[in-house]
Design a protein. Structure first.
Length: 124
């Protein structure tokens, strides 16, 4: 089973979600959290840090991460982390996403999201 890490980035009670590009082959136009598949030999924490930076240009450290849970999805085992964002400025660097928004938990029901996104944000 493939493994992935995603990060629930929080800034003052607001959470970052990102919309996958309409041309992305995996879940186009769905909203998700920063993250992705782990590279060979990479720990979930290392993957979370790398993916967050690659997708948002926001730098967090492994010690900033709190593991919220490990979830088995149909194709992946997902490690879900929480971290406080040092900035609200997001620069989408990866080409996978076309939009980013900071949302409050009460707003997340309005978005078409990947599995775990609504659950992760709603419990915060």
């Amino acid at each position: 089973m493939k493994r992935a890490s995603v990060v629930l980035l929080e800034l003052g009670g607001w959470f970052l979600i990102m919309r996958r590009s309409p041309t992305d082959p995996h879940y186009p136009t769905f909203w998700n959290l920063p993250g992705g598949g782990l590279e060979q030999g990479e720990t979930p924490e290392e993957g979370a840090v790398r993916e967050t930076f690659e997708e948002t240009d926001i730098w967090i450290m492994p010690e900033d991460l709190t593991l919220l849970g490990v979830y088995d999805q149909p194709d992946y085992q997902v490690h879900l982390f929480h971290a406080y964002a040092p900035t609200c400025v997001v620069k989408m660097l990866d080409g996978e996403h076309d939009h980013a928004e900071w949302v409050q938990p009460s707003q997340i029901h309005k978005y078409k999201t990947l599995p775990l996104v609504k659950e992760a944000i709603s419990v915060q």
